[in-house]
Design a protein around this ligand. Structure first.
Ligand SMILES: O=C(O)CCC(=O)C(=O)O
Ligand SMILES: [Fe+2]
Ligand SMILES: [Mn+2]
Length: 221
């Protein structure tokens, strides 16, 4: 049995089941309890002006690169990416909002922001971010296309949670959602949230991460 929010007809955004909002659906009450506060989606985190600000800043940098398909063992297929440290003032203000929303004030964060452009036929296979390069918190903005992120318990594949990521949404993975579950972005053919088809177009994500634990943090942050 699948526990989920109840989707309004014709709309992806949905009222929740109890205290669980409709942009999360999972295999059962256990997974919902375990990941409460650990896997978070905030739909409409960005205003349409903010979305456009990020898109316009990123588009010229991304367009210079080619989509990559040929890494047979890589988690991500059909993508181009960049690590970006210099941002316009308007974008810095947006990223600052993300940092405040996702990270406790004292936690060291990676200064470079990861920008990932997934082609409409691109997808991300299940993986857990390497603890060498990423600390305990991952926070991602989604632009352009909706998508479904699926989390699966690495010890028990029957336990899963799906996040509906609309353009302008912010997701946060921490604690068990970051370490005990793999995450993936479904390819277009498999992109459903419950019975609702979520057509996958090109998607840009802007991802902030905390500093790897046990690594010396950057001195001036
Ligand atoms: O595109 C995203 O939101 C997630 C990307 C991801 O999982 C990664 O780069 O490790
Ligand atoms: Fe990842
Ligand atoms: Mn990556």
């Amino acid at each position: 049995m699948v526990w989920s929010g109840h989707l309004a007809l014709g709309a992806l955004r949905a009222p929740g089941l109890g205290t669980w909002p409709g942009w999360l659906r999972g295999s059962g009450p256990t997974v919902l309890r375990r990941l409460r506060g650990a896997a978070v989606v905030r739909p409409g985190f960005l205003s349409s002006v903010e979305e456009e600000t990020l898109r316009r800043e990123l588009e010229p940098e991304l367009r210079r690169r080619r989509y990559e398909y040929d890494h047979w063992d890589a988690a991500i297929h059909g993508f181009r990416e960049t690590e970006k440290s210099h941002w316009s003032e308007a974008s810095q203000a947006i990223l600052q909002r993300v940092r405040v929303a996702a990270f406790p004030p004292a936690l060291a964060q990676l200064p470079m922001v990861h920008v990932l452009d997934l082609h409409q036929n691109g997808y991300i296979k299940p993986h857990v971010d390497s603890i060498k390069f990423c600390g305990g918190i991952i926070a991602g903005l989604s632009l352009l296309s909706p998508s479904v992120m699926r989390l699966i318990d690495t010890q028990d594949p029957q336990e899963w949670l799906e996040l509906l990521l609309e353009p302008g949404s912010l997701y946060i993975l921490r604690g068990p959602a970051r370490y005990d579950f793999s995450h993936q972005i479904l390819r277009d053919e498999e992109s459903f949230f419950g019975e609702h088809r979520v057509p996958r177009g090109r998607r840009i994500s802007v991802i902030c991460r905390s500093f790897p634990e046990g690594e010396p943090g950057p001195s001036s942050r």
